[in-house]
Design a protein around this ligand. Structure first.
Ligand code: SF4
Length: 365
């Protein structure tokens, strides 16, 4: 068993689950081969949940990726220093640790040589990249370096914390031609009172200011986010603030969740829990509104020509290929395997709730 629960519960899991041989924590994944060998040799059950404080395993978090891919994820940092009251990540993934920039550049260069066209730089809070690294580089600096790598056509990143989204990073959306026009910026709630209880470190107004800056610097930017409904103490008025924030931003898509307590977090001990029925009703209202907005945002692209990076054959039809716009929307259109990995101009002909339909105008390559 691996992941956050494995990290949190540790060897108690071995007692509880008789057929379990190995519990492996979030920092120990690179030790998997040695741990398996240990089990084979000794026949004993193993639990490894120690933290890699000095980051020596960060590099090997990344085994060589399977290489006939058009896009690839590259971990640039791990962990989080924020301690939002609902979140278990800082406890089970540890504090923020960044990989040396040279390692990242080498890895992206290697991926480009193997034909990867798009990289997504990954971390729990990529905006915190560089802290404690002693290189004098921040995330914007890293993006600038990745932007220069030949063969890479598109750069994305996830996830950003609104509090740490700097003006310098916002400016990257106009400055760096390979940085795609999409940002995932979780807001979690539109109520200042709830944001404070969540320990998010920003208020609704400052979140909206950053959204305004993003839209000014990059008018075509697509914005997606995470939101939690029914956090302890959330009143109708707080929920309306969340809907108001959504109305103002007009998100391209939202990942919305009912609050559920995570053992070991501060919010799990809050007493003013919201009844399940109320949470569900609020979530349904919010999701119905977002479905409409997502469709409208997709419809706004009808008739427009978009650059699509073709990722493969469509699952729906063997006559179609599928790819994404720079704003990260899925587009299906007629084509064959020969288009995979190519940048193609496609006219959007129809907007659907979760994807777009299009027609090739021109193959850039
Ligand atoms: S929600 Fe995100 S920013 Fe907050 S503690 Fe968890 S990982 Fe960190």
């Amino acid at each position: 068993m691996a992941g956050c629960v494995a990290q949190q519960e540790g060897d108690q899991l071995l007692d509880r689950i008789p057929y379990l041989d190995l519990v492996i924590g979030t920092h120990a994944i690179p030790m998997l081969p040695q741990l398996l060998q240990k089990i084979e040799v000794s026949g004993e059950k193993v639990c490894e949940t120690s933290f890699d404080q000095d980051g020596k395993y960060l590099k090997s978090v990344l085994p060589e990726k399977s290489l006939e891919k058009v896009k690839s994820y590259v971990t640039v940092m791990q962990g989080c220093d924020h301690f939002c009251s609902f979140c278990i990540v800082p406890y089970v993934r540890g504090r923020e640790r960044s990989r040396p920039s040279l390692e990242i550049i080498e890895e992206v260069g290697h991926l480009a040589e193997k034909g990867v066209k798009e990289v997504c730089l990954l971390g729990q809070n990529v905006n915190g990249y560089g802290k404690g690294l002693g290189e004098g580089i921040n995330f914007s600096g890293l993006l600038e370096r990745v932007n220069k790598i030949e063969g890479i056509e598109r750069i994305r990143f996830t996830t950003s914390h609104p509090k740490d989204l700097s003006e310098e990073l916002i400016q990257c959306f106009s400055k760096l031609e390979k940085l795609c026009e999409h940002i995932h910026l979780p807001f979690q709630s539109g109520s200042d009172r709830i944001l404070k209880a969540m320990h998010r470190g920003y208020i609704k107004g400052s979140y909206l200011e950053k959204i305004d800056r993003l839209k000014k610097v990059c008018p075509t930017i697509a914005i997606t986010a995470d939101v939690i409904v029914g956090f302890p103490g959330e009143e109708e008025e707080d929920f309306r603030e969340t809907l108001d924030l959504m109305e103002k931003v007009q998100f391209d898509d939202l990942f919305s969740f009912n609050y559920s307590p995570r053992k070991g977090t501060r919010a799990a001990r809050f007493e003013d829990k919201i009844e399940g029925k109320v949470k569900q009703e609020r979530l349904s209202v919010l999701q119905a509104i977002q479905r409409e907005v997502t469709l409208q945002r997709n419809q706004a692209l009808e008739g427009r020509e978009e650059e699509i990076l073709v990722e493969g054959l469509s699952k729906q039809s063997p006559q179609d290929v599928t790819g994404r716009t720079r704003s990260n929307k899925i587009v299906n259109f007629e084509g064959d395997l020969g288009l995979v990995g190519k940048l193609v101009s496609v006219r959007i002909t129809k907007a659907c709730p979760h994807s777009l339909r299009g027609q090739v105008v021109e193959n850039h390559e």
